[in-house]
Design a protein around this ligand. Structure first.
Ligand SMILES: [Zn+2]
Ligand SMILES: [Zn+2]
Length: 146
C-alpha cells in the first residue's frame, strides 16, 4: 500500500528540513504562515504526527512543553538550554547506556530510551559573559553592619 504524498505534507516536511531547530508544531505553523502558506494549524499537527509515525521525521518529547520535531534520523541525544530552551543535537559515537546494558540492569525488555541533557547554549554563555560585568554589585561585598 502506498501513501500519497500530498503537497501539504511535502510543504511541512520541507519546513522541518529547513528549520533544523527542532521546531514545535506551533513554530512550524508560524513559519509556514510567514512563508505565505495557507495550511491550517490542525493539518500541521496531524501531518507532523503522521510523518513521525511513518519514520520520516522524529518526535522529540521533552519533559516539559510541547513535542519538538526533528529532521535528523540518525541516533543522537538532545541538549536543552536552560535559559532560552534551544534544543541542540549531540552526536556521540556510542550510546552511553545501550539498550542491552539497561536490559541487563533492569530485567526489562528495553524498547528505546530518551535522554536529554541540560546546559547553557553558546549564545547564552556569551550573553552571560557580557552582562556579568554589570551584575557585580560592590555593595554585596560590603558589610552593612548593625
Ligand atoms: Zn540558550
Ligand atoms: Zn535532534
Amino acid at each position: 500500500m502506498q501513501r500519497r504524498n500530498t503537497p501539504q505534507k511535502r510543504e511541512i516536511f520541507e519546513a522541518v528540513q529547513t528549520l533544523r531547530t527542532h521546531p514545535t508544531a506551533e513554530e512550524l505553523y508560524t513559519h509556514l504562515k510567514e512563508q505565505g502558506s495557507s495550511i491550517g494549524k490542525a493539518t500541521v499537527y496531524r501531518v507532523l504526527h503522521q510523518m513521525a509515525e511513518e519514520g520520516q521525521i522524529r518526535v522529540v518529547r521533552l519533559p516539559e512543553g510541547a513535542d519538538h520535531f526533528d529532521f535528523q534520523l540518525k541516533p543522537h541525544y538532545h541538549i536543552i538550554c536552560t535559559r532560552c530552551q534551544k534544543v541542540a543535537d549531540v552526536f556521540l559515537s556510542e550510546a552511553f547506556a545501550g539498550n542491552d546494558a539497561v536490559s541487563c540492569a533492569s530485567d526489562y525488555q528495553v524498547d528505546g530510551y530518551h535522554l536529554v541533557y541540560y546546559g547553557i547554549c553558546p549564545n547564552c554563555q556569551q550573553a552571560a559573559e557580557i552582562s556579568s560585568g554589570a551584575e557585580i554589585n560592590p555593595s554585596n561585598f560590603e558589610s552593612k553592619g548593625e
